[in-house]
Design a protein around this ligand. Structure first.
Ligand code: UD1
Ligand code: CA
Length: 471
């Protein structure tokens, strides 16, 4: 399974904190700069809400509990995750990140470790979290980074010995402090008992009048508590999105991460900047993906599958050797052997194609199974049908599966030949080896091995004259 994975942190131990882990995800921010009706954390990256990515990262750490701090005035955030095992902590007023964490603390026992994540940092590197957990000693551990541009972030102020003294928000920083390149990612890990104590001592005496979570650093130092840090190897994965420009940058970064995983797993991607992965993709070896392909949901590509330019695949499972030609749209498709699809095919949910089948240009299928070697090469609609092996569906054939109220099935036996431009009015059966004459409207079962034809006999009107234009 290919998911975006981090690399590096080779010296970090693969060790999680010994204390029960509670993860608090901050997601109550107003996100005004998005200029959107949709709460910020529900804006998508890689086809899924930013918050969904963060929850997935959180769950990967097998925590005791995942808490989400949300604004009760935007219930859509909570509704987007109904049915999931999450502890929802309402924050009625946006009084700062420290205040936000406090909202979830009543449900966190003193003997726990608390990991704070942000709902708008979706590309969070799992390796960075592992490293954070590995160096944590039960006190306070910060994830810091050195981004290309530190603007807007809280700066990490260290003493001469290199120990962290404080985090100073940019707004509250003097020029010398602003020149510091190491910044706060916002992500930290702390012993719950101590964190509760520090949070209780926060003051809102700063330029924004907020309870800053970052002030716990200075409080810890005041208590003689050493502050551990991990510097993230890849700052681009710890960027948040405040507006749609930053959101697009995250999307591009996500595209790159997901595509690189795919390439490492054995897929050739003709242009990594022109493949969009909006979900989970599993790939075999020697898969070739041409330009402008979109993969959504859960897509599995068997060994040697080829996807032509401009294709969209959603929730598909393609067997080894399947070829999908340019500009085909596939959703909910399963191929059980190598087959040939497109160009310009629309293959809809519950289409199951056996080895050697061919779905050609301008063919639409839905809820159909095609047996081995069957072909619908041009201009057809096949719906609610069971089509045997080695069937030839002529150009322009249509299954009339809908009577205006209900859907009905069409069953076609092995080796049948459906002449071009035929309509099969369901429910109807065409026997094995039957031949349907071109242009037929078949509304009763056609027996096996026979020619069935329904069309007016051809006549020629001798002496007939074309009308001519009057003067
Ligand atoms: C915060 C940090 C800063 C860090 C930066 C990293 C503080 C005081 N500052 O700044 O040091 O470099 O993140 O991105 O912590 N939120 C709530 N409720 C609130 C306020 C915020 O849930 O009352 C949530 C937001 O939804 C967001 C996160 O907390 O997910 C961070 O809030 P934001 O206002 O973006 O903090 P920054 O000013 O960016
Ligand atoms: Ca922010």
């Amino acid at each position: 399974m290919v998911r975006p994975l981090g690399e590096g942190y080779t010296d970090a131990l693969e060790r999680l904190p010994l204390n029960p882990l509670h993860i608090i995800i901050l997601a109550a921010g107003e996100g005004t700069r998005m200029r959107s009706q949709l709460p910020k954390v529900l804006h998508t990256v890689g086809g899924r809400p930013m918050l969904a990515h963060v929850i997935e990262r959180a769950r990967a750490l097998s925590p005791e509990r995942v808490h989400v701090v949300f604004n009760p005035e935007t219930p859509a955030v909570r509704e987007a995750f109904t049915g999931e095992d999450l502890a929802w902590a309402p924050q009625a007023e946006r009084l700062g990140t420290g205040h936000a964490v406090m909202q979830a603390m009543p449900d966190v026992p003193d003997n726990a470790d608390v990991l704070v994540l942000y709902g708008d940092i979706p590309l969070l590197d799992p390796a960075a979290l592992d490293a954070l957990c590995a160096v944590h000693d039960g006190g306070l551990t910060l994830l810091t980074m050195k981004p290309a541009n530190p603007r807007g972030y809280g700066r990490i102020v260290r003493d001469l010995a290199g120990a962290v003294d404080a985090i100073v928000e940019e707004r509250d920083a003097d020029e010398a402090t602003r020149a510091i390149g190491e910044v706060n990612t916002g992500i930290l890990l702390a012993g719950a008992g101590r964190l509760r104590d520090w949070l209780g001592r926060l003051s809102a005496d700063n330029s924004q009048g907020e309870y800053y979570l970052t002030d716990v650093v200075a409080l810890a130092r005041g208590d003689g508590q050493a502050v551990n840090t991990v510097i993230a190897e890849d700052a681009t994965r710890l960027e948040g999105a405040n507006d749609r420009v930053q959101l697009a940058a995250l999307e591009a970064r996500h595209r790159r991460i997901a595509t690189e995983s795919l390439m490492r797993a054995g897929a050739t991607v003709l242009d990594p900047s022109r493949l969009d992965i909006r979900g989970v993709v599993e790939t075999g070896t020697d898969v070739i993906l041409d330009v402008n392909v979109v993969l959504e949901g859960h897509v599995r590509l068997g060994d040697g599958t080829r996807i032509g330019p401009g294709c969209v695949l959603k929730d598909c499972d393609l067997a080894a050797g399947t070829q999908v030609h340019a500009h085909s749209v596939l959703e909910g498709v399963v191929t059980t052997g190598a087959c040939d699809i497109g160009p310009f095919a629309r293959v809809r949910p519950k289409t199951v194609l056996a080895a050697g089948t061919r779905i050609g240009n301008f063919v639409e299928t839905k809820n159909v199974t095609l047996g081995e070697g069957s072909k619908a090469s041009h201009l057809s609609y096949l719906g609610d049908s069971e089509i045997g092996a080695k069937v030839n569906i002529g150009a322009g054939t249509i299954t009339c599966n809908y009577d205006g109220a209900n859907k009905h099935r069409t069953v076609i036996g092995d080796g049948a030949f459906i002449g071009s431009d035929s309509q099969l009015v369901a429910p109807v059966k065409v026997g094995a080896g039957a031949t349907i004459g071109a242009g037929s409207t078949i509304s009763r079962d056609a027996p096996e091995g026979q020619l069935t034809i329904s069309r007016a006999r051809q006549t020629t009107v001798t002496g007939w004259k074309r009308p001519v234009k009057k003067d």
